[in-house]
Design a protein around this ligand. Structure first.
Ligand code: GLC
Length: 537
C-alpha cells in the first residue's frame, strides 16, 4: 500500500443504516457492508469511511454515541467489525471510522451519572452544566441555538425532582456536549482512539471537529456575527487537541489519518486544521452553485489555502447531511434546505437534473487531491422527497415541528437489484425508510456493464483518474473559453464543464470520457450545457 495514500485517495462514504442489510430487519449493518465490498472494489475506491456504527439510541442516526468502544446490536458485533476490516484490507481498501467527540448520547453512562450527581459534582464536570438565568434559573444560560432548531440548552431535573441546572447540546437534546477543558474527557478519547487503532482502523473522520472547545464563560452569541465567529466555532484551543491526536496516531504504523469535518470559513482558516502536525485532511465544501466563475474561485481558493500548509484539497459533492447532488444542483440557489418533502416546490424532474450531477462527478474526480463519494451518487440517486411525515426520522423535522424537512431523503436504503424485495437492500421487504419506485430503474444490477449508465461513468472516471494520476496533478486554467465553461488542464488531461445554457465549442482531440449519456468516445464538436468531458491534452 502506498505511503501518504490519503493525498490522492477516492474515499467512499458508507452510511451503515442504508447501505446493505444482512439480517433483514430493514436496517443496514456491518455484515451487509462486508457482503457488498466487491461492488466498492469494482468502483475502484481506495478507502471506505463508515458513518457511526457504535452503540447508540439512534436519535441522530448513530451520531449520538452511548458506547464508543462497541458496535450497536443493530449493526452487528465487534467480530463483525473485525471481519469487515479484514475483508476490506484483503481488497486493498482502507477503512476510516467516524469519531464523535463533541457530544455523546444522553444514554452514555457518563451523562446518566451526571444527571444523578449533584450540581458541582465531578460527574457533571465532563459535560457543560450551568445554572439558568432569570428568576429561579428558568432561562437558558445563554442564547445559543441548536443546529437542529430550538435552544441549545435543556434543563435537567435534580434528584429531588426540582428543575435544576441546564446542559448544553449544540445538536439534539439527546446529544449533550462534552467539556473539553476537562482532562478526563481528553484521556477518555485517547483511550477510544487507541481502541480502534489497535483493532486496525486506518483513521478517523472527526465529527463537528471545529466545535469541541467553547469560549471561556460561554458568552452569548452576537446575532450580527457570522456563525464562523461563534463562541463555539474554531476556538484556538481546539488545535491542541488535534496535535495531541496526531502524535498518538503517528505512534502507529501504516499511515493512519485524521479527517476534519469543518465548515469553517474562510478557507485559509480551515486549512489551519491540516497544518503538518495536525490533521491530514479537512473537508466539507460541497459544490453548491452551478456557476462556473463561482466554482473556479472555490477551486482556486481551496488549492491555494491547502497547498500553503502542504495539505491536499478534498472534494465532496454529497454526503449524508445534504440534498443529493442529482436534485440539489437544479434547485434555485435560495431554496437549498437541509432536506425536501412532499410539499417542497421547485424540484425538477429526475431526467432533467441528472446531467448536472454526472457532470459534477467528472469535475470532482478530475481535481488534484482527494475525492469523497457518498453512497448512491454512483447510481445517480436523487433526493427522495416523497417520504411521508410519519416515516421521517431526522431530528430537524421534529425540533422545528415539521417546519423544516430533515436529511432523511438522502438516506433512503440503496437499490442493489431491480427485481428483488427491498431492491436487494436486504433479504426481505423491510427498509427503514420507504424506497421510491425509481429505485427499480436505478438499481445497481440495472446499471452494471451498461455503457451509458451513471455507475459505468463513475467506474471509468475513478479508473482514469488513477491511470492519469489526476489526484497528484495541478490545475492550469485554459484561456479562450466562454465564462460559463470551466476549462483547465490537469497533467495530460483537459477538463471542460459547461455550466451555461448554451452549447460551447469543443476543441479537436480525443474525448476520454463524457458525462453525456451517450458514447464515451463521442467526436462531436460541441459541449452541451450541463455536460463535462475529459480529453487527452
Ligand atoms: C455532523 C454529522 C451529522 C450529525 C452532526 C451531529 O454534522 O455529519 O450527521 O447530525 O454532526 O453529530
Amino acid at each position: 500500500m502506498n505511503k501518504e495514500w490519503w493525498r490522492t485517495a477516492v474515499i467512499y462514504q458508507v452510511y451503515p443504516r442504508s447501505f446493505a442489510d444482512g439480517d433483514g430487519d430493514g436496517i443496514g449493518d456491518l455484515p451487509g457492508i462486508t457482503s457488498r465490498l466487491d461492488a466498492l472494489q469494482e468502483l475502484g475506491v481506495d478507502a471506505v469511511w463508515l458513518s457511526p456504527f457504535y452503540t447508540s439510541p439512534q436519535r441522530d442516526g448513530g451520531y449520538d454515541v452511548a458506547d464508543y468502544c462497541d458496535v450497536d446490536p443493530l449493526f452487528g458485533t465487534l467480530a463483525d467489525f473485525d471481519a469487515l476490516l479484514l475483508a476490506a484490507h484483503a481488497r486493498d481498501m482502507r477503512v476510516i471510522a467516524d469519531i464523535v467527540p463533541n457530544h455523546s448520547s444522553s444514554q452514555h453512562p457518563w451523562f446518566q451519572a451526571a444527571l444523578d450527581a449533584a450540581p458541582g459534582g465531578i460527574e457533571r464536570g465532563r459535560y457543560l452544566f450551568r445554572e439558568g438565568r432569570g428568576i429561579d434559573g428558568t432561562e437558558p444560560p445563554n442564547n445559543w441555538r441548536s443546529h437542529f432548531g430550538g435552544p441549545a440548552w435543556t434543563r435537567a431535573t435534580e434528584a429531588d425532582g426540582a428543575p435544576g441546572q441546564w446542559y448544553l447540546h449544540l445538536f439534539d437534546t439527546s446529544q449533550p456536549d462534552f467539556d473539553w477543558s476537562n482532562e478526563e474527557v481528553r484521556e477518555e478519547f485517547r483511550r477510544i482512539l487507541r481502541f480502534w487503532l489497535d483493532r486496525g482502523i486506518d483513521g478517523f473522520r472527526v465529527d463537528v471537529a471545529s466545535s469541541l472547545v467553547k469560549a471561556e464563560g460561554l458568552p452569548d452569541l452576537d446575532p450580527e456575527l457570522d456563525e464562523d465567529l461563534a463562541p463555539y466555532t474554531g476556538q484556538p484551543g481546539v488545535h491542541e487537541i488535534y496535535r495531541d491526536w496526531r502524535a498518538l496516531l503517528d505512534e502507529y504504523e501504516g499511515d493512519r489519518v485524521l479527517v476534519a469535518e469543518s465548515w469553517i470559513k474562510p478557507l485559509t482558516r480551515r486549512a489551519e486544521w491540516v497544518r503538518p502536525d495536525e490533521m491530514h485532511q479537512a473537508f466539507n465544501d460541497l459544490f453548491d452553485d452551478w456557476d462556473a466563475p463561482t466554482l473556479r474561485r472555490i477551486i482556486d481558493d481551496t488549492l491555494d489555502a491547502f497547498s500553503a500548509v502542504g495539505a491536499p484539497s478534498t472534494w465532496v459533492a454529497s454526503n449524508h447531511d445534504t440534498v443529493r447532488q442529482a436534485t440539489r444542483l437544479s434547485l434555485p440557489r435560495s431554496e437549498r434546505p437541509n432536506g425536501l418533502g412532499p410539499n417542497s416546490t421547485g424540484i425538477a424532474s429526475y431526467d432533467d437534473t441528472l446531467p448536472r450531477a454526472r457532470a459534477l462527478a467528472l469535475l470532482t474526480l478530475s481535481l488534484p487531491g482527494s475525492a469523497y463519494l457518498y453512497q448512491g451518487e454512483e447510481l445517480g440517486l436523487p433526493e427522495v422527497s416523497e417520504i411521508p411525515d410519519e416515516a421521517r426520522q431526522d431530528p430537524t423535522f421534529f425540533r422545528t415541528e415539521g417546519e423544516q424537512y430533515g436529511r432523511d431523503g438522502c438516506r433512503v436504503p440503496l437499490p442493489w437489484e431491480a427485481d428483488a424485495p427491498s431492491y436487494g437492500f436486504g433479504p426481505g421487504e423491510a427498509s427503514w425508510l420507504p424506497q421510491p419506485e425509481l429505485w427499480g430503474r436505478l438499481a445497481r444490477d440495472r446499471q452494471q456493464d451498461v455503457a451509458d449508465s451513471t455507475l459505468t461513468l463513475y467506474q471509468d472516471a475513478v479508473a482514469l483518474r488513477r491511470s492519469r494520476t489526476l489526484g497528484a496533478g495541478h490545475v492550469e486554467w485554459l484561456p479562450g473559453y466562454p465564462t460559463h465553461v470551466l476549462a483547465f488542464r490537469n497533467g495530460n488531461t483537459t477538463v471542460l464543464v459547461n455550466m451555461g445554457s448554451e452549447p460551447a465549442p469543443l476543441p479537436a482531440g480525443e474525448v476520454l470520457l463524457s458525462s453525456a449519456a451517450t458514447s464515451t468516445t463521442s467526436t462531436t464538436s460541441t459541449l452541451d450545457p450541463d455536460t463535462a468531458v475529459w480529453m487527452h491534452a
